[in-house]
Ligand binder design. Structure first.
Ligand code: BUP
Length: 465
């Protein structure tokens, strides 16, 4: 009843970029004394995810861990699918296992917060059990607006000359035209696993009680106004912008290697270091890795590069020296650091030596960079990254290497192009100035009385009934 203290059940999905905002909200709730349970799906996709979950439970002992054993998915049904899309599908097919978790919980679950990927499967269960259900959207509000609009767009196509064939651009009302080439590639094929999930979730979210987004109003005003004003879908649920969410790691910086990194950073000039990282899900081809290596060397700047050679870390046993080629590491010694390990990115971006961030355009990364006042050079790799790049350019937090290849394209971006672009962004005073403004806006949003601060406050008040 109305007198129960809130007990929130979080249903995370998979992929560090999806877990990051969920964990940050969990940490924030737990720190405020709110009772929280977290569905922990076993086994995890990657070793990094196991560490990530263990870290959360170690740092926040009051958080209740509820294990859920995933039902195996017959992968032969799907050929050549991304491992994370497959995992989301497996989760969606195991979602009935949540019913006993919810009904057996003590104290009673008073609200659910699910990751977007499971929305259309979780909402019916929540309705059936009469538990309010909120969705956490882990990327940009611009992507949320595409997610809301895409089912509407496809409906419109049905009446067109070639039903089901995606046109030159998807014009999101009140937002912008997303050219076909910038759409998440899977969306071009309505029969793709990801597309089916995306459409189902985009439709179902309208029945949610609210949507939480890790962004802030000043960075994405247009999509937020369009969603809230019902311009995209009438009757869209309230959108709570609560970002930039603060890091949840309480033990950051105690990993081996961090001391060496700090020492090296400490020796670099202010704003001189190029930080290069493409997130957790993107792995470049060997020939492209070699061009990046040479491009960074040619740029003349000191650099720190987090290099991944496989999508899933359990498979990553490549030796850096071999990947980078003969003599490379010796040549750049002292000037460039290449690492395969996990770095505390949010902390690192705040270091005064960091001058720019060559990023895949994951939205967590983009927000972390803007909060630190570090300009982005977005080199999209897959999925939502090009849409995020468009949002980043519009927000004045970064430049976008628009013609550089991505997912499924095999044109090589050359060392010359990479070196030139790095130098161009490093020298871009106008961009640096607008990033400084965004940094102020980000700080204002989460400070007492700011938009994200108030939204979080209102949301918690709603959870308390
Ligand atoms: Br790699 C790495 N340290 O070494 P995004 C990542 N992160 O702290 P995603 C580290 O992971 P896609 C590392 O700070 C950010 O919070 C980083 O989220 C952190 O991209 C998060 O940027 C990464 O949204 O790729 O999810 O890795 O967008 O393809 O899902």
């Amino acid at each position: 009843g109305a007198y129960d203290a809130p007990h929130i059940l979080f249903i995370p999905s998979a992929g560090i970029g999806h877990l990051t905002p969920v964990f940050r909200v969990i940490a924030g709730f737990s720190s405020r004394g709110i009772d929280v349970s977290v569905v922990t799906v076993l086994p995890t996709v990657s070793a990094a995810e196991t560490d990530y979950f263990n870290g959360l439970f170690a740092d926040y002992p009051a958080v209740r861990r509820v294990d859920m054993h995933l039902l195996p998915l017959d992968a032969s049904e799907f050929t050549r699918e991304d491992p994370f899309f497959l995992r989301w599908e497996a989760l969606r097919r195991s979602v009935h296992l949540l019913r006993p978790i919810i009904t057996n919980a003590a104290p009673r679950i008073t609200a659910i917060i699910t990751d977007i990927t499971l929305t259309s499967c979780v909402i019916p269960i929540a309705k059936e059990l009469d538990v309010p259900c909120h969705v956490l959207f882990p990327t940009a509000a611009t992507m949320l607006s595409l997610n809301a609009y895409y089912p509407v767009y496809l409906e419109k196509l049905k009446g067109g000359p070639e039903p089901g064939v995606i046109g030159d651009a998807v014009d999101i009302p009140g937002v912008f035209r997303v050219p076909r080439s910038a759409l998440p590639p899977a969306l071009l094929d309505v029969n793709k696993l990801f597309t089916k999930q995306f459409i189902d979730n985009g439709r179902a979210i309208v029945k949610a009680d609210g949507v939480l987004v890790n962004t802030f109003d000043a960075v994405e005003p247009a999509p937020l106004a369009a969603l809230r004003g019902g311009k995209i879908v009438p009757g869209y649920p309230p959108v709570y912008t609560i970002g930039p969410l603060k890091s949840h790691a309480t033990k950051a910086g105690d990993k081996p290697g961090d001391a060496l990194l700090d020492e090296w950073l400490g020796k670099q000039r202010a704003r001189s270091v190029v930080y290069v990282a493409f997130g957790n899900r993107s792995a470049a081809r060997l020939d492209q890795i070699r061009e990046i290596a040479a491009g960074l060397e040619d740029s003349g700047y000191p650099f720190l590069w987090v290099l991944k050679t496989t999508k899933v870390d359990r498979e990553d046993d490549a030796e850096l020296a071999e990947v980078l080629g003969d003599g490379y590491l010796e040549r750049v010694k002292g000037r460039g650091i290449v690492t395969k390990g996990w770095v505390e990115q949010e902390e690192l971006l705040k270091h005064p030596a960091v001058g720019m961030f060559v990023s895949h355009g994951g939205w967590n990364s983009a927000l972390e960079a803007s909060s630190a006042g570090v300009p982005l050079l977005v080199w999209p790799q897959l999925g939502d990254h090009r849409v995020n790049a468009m949002a980043a350019v519009r927000a004045g937090i970064g430049a976008w290497a628009e013609h550089w290849s991505w997912d499924g394209e095999d044109t090589l971006v050359t060392r010359q192009e990479i070196a030139d672009k790095v130098k161009e962004v490093m020298a871009d005073g106008k961009l640096r100035a607008s990033v400084a403004v965004a940094r102020e806006e980000a700080a204002k949003a989460v400070a007492e009385g700011g938009t994200s601060y108030r939204n979080m406050h209102d949301f918690i008040a709603k959870l308390k009934g």
